[in-house]
Design a protein around this ligand. Sequence first.
Ligand SMILES: Nc1ncnc2c1ncn2[C@@H]1O[C@H](COP(=O)(O)OP(=O)(O)OP(=O)(O)O)[C@@H](O)[C@H]1O
Ligand SMILES: CC(C)(CO)[C@@H](O)C(=O)NCCC(=O)O
Length: 578
Amino acid sequence: METQDFRFSSQISHLALDIGGTLIKLVYFSSNGDHCEESRDGTSIVVRNNGGSVLQGKLCFAKFETRKIDDCLEFIRFNILHHSGDQHQNGTACDKLTVKATGGGAFKFADLFKEKLGIVFDKEDEMHCLVGGANFLLKTVPREAFTYLDGQKEFVEIDHNDLYPYLLVNIGSGVSMIKVDGDGEYERISGTSLGGGTFLGLGKLLTKCKSFDELLELSHHGNNRVIDMLVGDIYGGTDYSKIGLSSTAIASSFGKAISDGKELEDYQPEDVARSLLRMISNNIGQIAYLNALRFDLKRIFFGGFFIRGLEYTMDTISVAVHFWSRGEAKAMFLTHEGFLGALGAFASYNKTQSHDTNDLKPHHHHHHTVQQREETFNCSGEISVLTSFDSIVPDQLVFQIGNKMVYHSSFVEEEGITKACGCPLLPLKSHIKGPAPVSEQDRTDIVDEAITFFRANVFFTNFDIKSPADKLLIYLTFYINVALKRLEGCRTLAVGTKAIINLGLEDIPVPGEAEFPFPGLFPLPQSNEEADLFRNYLKQVREETSGRLLSVAYRANGTPNKWWLAFAKRKFMNVVVL
Ligand SMILES: Nc1ncnc2c1ncn2[C@@H]1O[C@H](COP(=O)(O)OP(=O)(O)OP(=O)(O)O)[C@@H](O)[C@H]1O
Ligand SMILES: CC(C)(CO)[C@@H](O)C(=O)NCCC(=O)O
């Protein structure tokens, strides 16, 4: 069994996927160990099941481009998201999950996921999930909905008794408009094919830019008046006030291109991107308003990844809704705009599973401090609070709890184990020469633990040492950080191996020497023999760690595994690794 195979398998549950035309969205709940002693003091997520045991957890979001579906498969495989948490506490089982999936890709890619990951999709209807996700957020997460007008973002208090009916406009590749009358009560009343896919598709053709972010960045610096024909252009600079159009209103999107006698190359791509964004956003705002009007809906919530919290987009949509409704209807946006479908699929576990910890219900929690986003999620009766988040890799937000090292070594039994500098010289599954006793090959050793827990522990800037073995875990976490830093630029396993061999040739400081990274962590050696014994042990354990690290940081074909190498940039315990 590979070391990482048991890493998060006992902590991840409720993976849900929304596989759309452009993006794949992932949501999963990750608990940090099931019998957490920490009190609910606002710095940790605490979830109790009916038996009274406690789960700490975080809610993780990730997204991938659908055309790069292999990245998504690899991410799921690497993080072992496809293994059920609740049944496999010991990490020995390898049963696969039935995973909630929605979006067109739940159909299109079902066979691929089954073949590559053994995942069987439990398909949920896309519209149902969008509504489920929106209701879940609006009722559960404080400061989820907000208005955006005149550059001002204002959070909207949601009155649970006065939420329905509302119009949900999901701007993905295409746009769906859904009238929502209650939980599970909805009707898709309209849609438009001029959506996020149109913006990105036309944008790529017209500006030659490669990505959505690039296109957004371009649009940020552009001026739509260069290409859009304004009312003033037609009316000689004056308003057409009789019908309520100011001179600066757009009379015809891209309309100037016909009269200017210019070619595409004569325009700045920035201006093209700006006009395009304006055109799509305006059009959606207008169609949304017309549909709200059809059913007398006053509130319109906009979601989907097209919005991306972009001020210009939100402003355009808001102005369109405000303008056409003469201030009657309100455009509102959602903080988790892009994850409605995935959250709806995630929340749908609630309906189909009955055992305790899978019972996800919204619940409010009031006394926590929150850095940026906050969520409360409940697994059966108690409260979970996310207090801060950190970004591991681009496109992935991981909500992090508290600031204490949470994974501890299981090697608490010290009997019969030699120590040097207060550090137990724990057995290793190693053939490398050194003072470590040889461990049985099928048992977890401290190197397995260090690698397994690394990506969680590297986030923490302080720790509480529960046993002397934890000190070794801290040292190895630091060492893995050092080794990853050396691997950072190494594009092949061969080059990486060389870098690691060179690292192995460097002097190894021991406590009492200036270069030792954690002064005070270990007692100083009492003799030269003790210093040498510890140095030799550290050399052996470092070498062993290096070998196993190479096998996780590079794939079988010798190319780097970016999910691992992304961690080279982390600072562990505020120690800067060079
Ligand atoms: N990083 C990104 N890469 C590609 N498109 C992005 C990105 N970020 C935002 N977008 C925009 O979001 C749109 C996709 O939004 P979303 O993920 O909500 O829809 P989808 O589920 O893929 O589509 P559909 O529901 O129509 O199948 C894209 O068309 C694009 O306009
Ligand atoms: C086809 C879906 C529902 C797929 O998510 C979406 O892309 C969409 O709503 N498109 C608009 C289709 C229309 O109503 O014209």
